[in-house]
Structures are given as C-alpha cells and as structure tokens.
Write a protein that binds this ligand. Structure first.
Ligand code: LLP
Length: 432
C-alpha cells in the first residue's frame, strides 16, 4: 500500500480520501494515485542515487501530471514512443532531461525527438544508427546518443520481461562484437555525439547480483572503447528494473542500498580497469510509481465453487479486470486485495477476484482471503497497481479505461478522466 493508505472502521482512505467517497463521486473502477507517496519515492531515488541521474521510466505510467511531478522532483524522464514523447511535450518537460528508447523508432519519431532537442537517444540497431545519422543531417542538428548493449545476464524474472540474455530483441551483443562496432559507427557519425553505453537487464528484479555482473561487463566494454578507439565516453546508464512488493512475500531493497551496491561495484571496477568513473544514470519505473497507486473496484457478483477434493473457492467478480490489469493474466503476477468499504467479522474465505471479460484467464487477484460475507456492492481495493496497469490497459470487449484520480490531503482530483463510449466510437468511422 502507498504510505498514506489507512483503514478506519474498515473504510480504506488514501491521501485522506475515503475510497467510499471517491467511488461515490467518480465511480468505479478507478486508479487512485497517492501524490505524497509518488513524490516520496521519486525523492528517495533522487537522494539515494544523488551522484547519478535518475530517469523515471514513463512506460510504467505516464500522464502530464506525473510528468510535472517528475520534473519538480528533479528526475529525468525516459520515453520510448512518440506517444510518450507527446505527453512529455504537453507537460512542458525540459527536453534536455529526456532520454528516448525503443528498438524500432520510426524516422518520424526520431525527427520529432531531434527537433524537440531531447538530451539523448538510446540506439538499438545498426539500421537505427543509419536512420538517425540521416535525420540529424537533414535537420542540421546534433544529438546525444547512448548505445544499448546486451550484457548477457540471466535476470531472474519472468521470461517476457528479462532483457539482457542474448536471445531477445534488445541491444547490441557485447560478445559478438556488435556493441563495439555500434560504438565505432556512432562515434564516426557526424550528427551523433557519443555519450556512452546503456544496459537494462529486465524488470521486477530482486537479486541485485544481476546488476553487478552487468555493470562489470559494460564497464569492461567501456574501457575497451577507450583503448581501441581512444574515446573516453562520459556517461553510462545501468537501466531500471528494481523489484517492488506486490504481496507480503516480496522484500524490495531501499534505493540508498541499491545505490551503495552499484557505486561500490562501479568504483571497484574502474580502479581495477584504471579508468575514470563515467557519469552514471539509472531508469526506475515500477519502483517509483508501482506502490503509489491502487485500483478500487465494485463487486458485482459472488459465486462459491467447489474444487477437486472438496475445498471451496469464492469467485468475486468486479467491474474491471484484465482490461485494467493484464499483469496477472500475462505474467502470472501476484496481487493482494482487501474489502475497502466496511469492517467484517465474518470468517475469511479463499477468494479469487475476477473481472467481467469473456475469458477464464481474466483474473485480477489469484488467491486472497476475504471476509465470508463479501457481497455485491462492496468495494475491493488492489494495492501496487501503479506500474504497467494503466499503461498496459486495453479496451478489450470495448471496456472503458478507468480514470486516474490523484489524492492528497483529503482532496481527490481527476488527472486522467474515465473513457466514454464516445471516446471508443470516435475512431470507428464506418465505411462511409
Ligand atoms: N529502462 C528500459 C530500457 C526498460 O525497458 C524498462 C522497462 C525500464 C527502464 C523500467 O523498468 P522498471 O524499473 O519499471 O522495471 N510490462 C512489464 C514490465 C516491462 C518492462 C519494460 N521495460 C510488467 O508489467 O511487469
């Protein structure tokens, strides 16, 4: 739960706003964003990593309000599509502090980024280096470039979100020699200013040894570039991916401890390699916004079923589902939940919180004990839905994506409004 979440007589309030009031005014489902918590986590990264630049990874969740908070908290911003760049632009985010990622940026996206003056573009393929060289030549502009490399680390996380082993789409392989060749090409391209290497090993990672191995390999390449090309690259980015607690089983590290670990490795390796320490940056997304949001749903139906062996499970259907949180279906993610509108003394039952979509995998919370009297009309709140829930939300079954409501000091304000059927139908132009 975010830090201002508290229950009084069974009613959950976030940012001083009881969720019962919030739903009465704004309806459900809704994402509830705790501003104090978001800013505190951003500040913890800024302070813990005081000698790094901290890029907030907007892919986890981005809207103009959050982009402004990120700016106000002194963080930089990582975007990975023209759409995310558009949000940054609309928010007036300082473009010098924006990094632009992606393994298949279009010419139009690159042009826009260069025109807007983004601080750095992280290149991911030889095709992109060619494309970006042409774009800067056409525009008569220069842009800072980082080269994303594959550190060859097996991150212990879900296969779909691990990104540093060889057999996946991101980065230039260090072992094949592609990474060194990419650095050489960026260095010799006229409009590209080589800043350094970039490594991101995956997401929702708890075992920090992966970051350490990656840092060592990337620093070794950094040193090799110095020796073979005579180029001292000023920067290095070690990516994001720090895990958060979704249930009480998880035990995430503190940003200051993460920073201390990274700093120690980098300083040790730089001494061993006899090189100067490059300016470092990181890119956390989930660890900043994940715990800051929860989702509140209304219960519509409750259905006990008998399992093999005679045990029972209670299916609690809520008014959202995989369209607002696909992570359970997609990554087999674990979430927890609580009844948010009242206290209950009823003995707990094993419940599964499911959505309203037309498939059996439409599960929000796989297993949770809820009061046995949970009933239609109750509110169920799911914590830690800030990262990759709204940003991965869909209109599956023509669902309307829920609003994001920021709460603080007893005040709730809509920062992303609920979609309407008119929004949905606006793109359906028929066969006129
Ligand atoms: N930097 C790069 C280059 C990335 O690709 C990512 C995440 C991040 C930073 C931020 O990672 P974070 O600190 O948020 O873990 N949809 C998946 C996660 C995909 C992560 C994609 N890249 C999920 O819901 O678990």
């Amino acid at each position: 739960w975010s830090q201002t979440a508290a229950k009084t007589d069974g009613v959950l309030a976030v940012g001083g706003v009881p969720l019962t009031d919030l739903v009465a005014e704004h309806g459900s489902p809704a994402y509830v964003l705790d501003e104090v918590d978001f800013r505190a986590r951003a500040a913890a990264f800024r302070e813990g990593f005081h000698d790094f630049d901290v890029f907030y990874a907007g892919k986890a969740f981005l809207c103009t309000t959050v982009a402004r908070w990120v700016d106000e908290e002194g963080l930089h911003l990582d975007v990975c599509t023209g759409g995310e760049l558009a949000v940054a632009e609309r928010a007036g985010f300082p473009m010098q502090r924006v990094g632009f990622h992606g393994n298949n940026k279009s010419v139009a996206e690159l042009e826009r980024a260069v025109r807007l003056g983004v601080g750095r573009i992280i290149v991911d393929s030889f095709h992109e280096i060619e494309r970006l060289t042409a774009v800067t030549a056409d525009l008569g502009r220069e842009v800072g470039v980082m080269v994303r490399v594959t550190a060859g680390v097996e991150a212990h996380t879900h296969e779909y979100i691990a990104t540093a082993h060889e057999d996946q789409k991101f980065g230039f392989s260090i072992t094949s020699g592609d990474a060194l060749e990419a650095v050489r090409r960026v260095h010799s391209a006229p409009g590209l200013r080589l800043l350094g290497l970039h490594s991101h090993i995956g997401s929702q990672i708890f075992d920090t040894s992966g970051f350490e191995v990656a840092a060592r390999r990337v620093l070794a390449l950094h040193a090799r570039v110095g020796e073979e090309l005579g180029v001292q690259m000023p920067e290095m980015d070690l990516g994001g991916g720090f895990g958060i607690a979704y249930t009480t089983q998880d035990d995430p590290a503190d940003p200051a401890d993460l920073a201390a670990g990274m700093r120690a490795i980098v300083e040790h390796e730089c001494r061993a390699l006899g090189i100067e320490r490059p300016a470092l940056s990181i890119e956390p997304g989930r660890a900043v916004v994940g715990p800051s949001m929860c989702t509140v749903y209304s219960v519509g139906t409750v259905k006990p079923v008998r399992l093999d062996g005679g045990a029972r499970r209670t299916y609690v259907s809520v008014d959202g589902g995989m369209s607002d949180n696909v992570r359970t279906a997609l990554y087999d993610a674990d979430y927890s939940c609580t009844v948010a509108n009242r206290a209950s003394d009823a003995p707990p039952v094993l419940a599964r919180v499911v959505g309203k979509h037309c498939e059996a995998g439409d599960i929000v919370v796989k297993d949770e004990f809820l009061p046995g009297d949970v009933a239609p009309g109750d509110l169920v709140a799911v914590p830690a839905t800030g990262a990759y829930c709204r940003s991965l939300a869909s209109n599956y079954n023509h669902a309307l994506r829920p609003p994001v409501i920021a709460v603080r000091d007893g005040v709730a304000r809509v920062v992303v409004r609920r979609e309407t059927e008119d929004d949905l139908l606006a793109t359906d132009v028929g066969d006129r």
